[in-house]
Design a protein around this ligand. Structure first.
Ligand code: RIB
Length: 289
């Protein structure tokens, strides 16, 4: 089994700041770092570190060859991560002393993925595999349609959140992951509470409070408290959660089991600085207790 991920790949440029800049303010960073990121790449690395097979579908430019190599080193199948002309995606990430972030992304080649490359990647997929995507690439609806037609489970992490982007794919989803504010925004846009959405499984992340899982068909809803940790950097924690969740479901685990390990992985990530490079392995998550 495998997780096919149509996803962004970004160079993450981190700036640790004494506080978030106010409009018009010039600030000197306390430190600067560069790492592998992008919501898509983070999820693929999380899937691989959780012990499942991750096939990443996307595009980088000539300046992104190091990111392709790093993804491969982390165990991600990059045969369908194309090399295009033009600059790769990058993200400027401000971190405050509490570990909270503010992110600006430059999409670059993440929005230039060729439809033929996407469909060629899914040619190798089998019924029962998982397709996951986020809102940092082009081809979102085409990917969901192709994956669904092939019998894959279709999952969407609604980040960065845009109500219109979710609505465009809502009828094709088996699983939707979003945070509490996004769920409220989606309800305002659609008039539908999460339990009324036309998606069987809805997972709402609640930050330090954990998450809520809703099975809209059975009507079952369950809250999962999050492990308490010392926050260093929250960036990529949601991506770690989603990647681990996908890996658990791909392994055939039930939702509760998959969510529990995904929460522990995200909590461990929060204690580390960085994004894809900081995502823990399954052994590390299990050892952390
Ligand atoms: O979710 C964190 C990610 O958002 C970062 O890695 C950054 O690249 C942006 O995509």
């Amino acid at each position: 089994m495998a997780v096919f991920n149509l996803g962004s790949v970004n160079a993450d440029l981190f700036y640790r700041l004494p506080h978030m800049p106010a409009p018009g303010e010039t600030l000197a960073a306390l430190s600067h770092d560069r790492g592998l990121g992008g919501k898509g790449a983070n999820m693929s690395v999380a899937v691989a570190r959780a012990g499942a097979r991750a096939v990443h579908i996307g595009a980088v430019g000539p300046d992104g060859v190091w990111m392709r190599e790093r993804l491969e080193r982390y165990g991600v199948d990059v045969a369908h991560l194309a090399l295009h002309e033009g600059p790769s995606g990058h993200a400027v990430i401000y971190l405050d002393p509490e570990g909270e972030n503010s992110i600006v992304i430059f999409p670059g080649t993440n929005r230039q993925i060729a439809e033929t490359d996407m469909t060629a990647a899914l040619d190798a997929a089998q019924s029962g595999d998982i397709a996951v995507f986020q809102n940092e690439t082009n081809l979102q609806r085409a990917f969901a349609e192709t994956a669904r037609a092939k019998g894959l489970t279709v999952a969407y992490a609604a980040a960065p959140f845009e109500a219109a982007a979710v609505q465009e794919v809502l009828d094709l989803l088996d699983l939707l992951v979003m945070n509490r504010i996004e769920a409220e925004q989606l309800q305002a846009a659609t008039g539908l509470a999460p339990e009324k959405l036309p998606v069987r499984q809805v997972v709402i992340t609640l930050g330090a409070e954990g998450c809520r899982w809703i099975d809209t068909v059975s009507g079952e809803s369950r809250d999962f408290p999050a492990p308490k940790v010392q926050v260093v950097d929250t960036t990529g924690a949601g991506d770690t959660f989603t990647g681990y969740l996908m890996a658990g479901l791909d392994r055939g685990e039930d939702m509760a089991t998959a969510i529990t390990l995904a929460q522990r992985a995200a909590a461990l990530k929060v204690t580390r600085a960085g994004t894809a490079d900081a995502i823990p392995t399954r052994d590390e998550v299990l050892a952390a207790g």
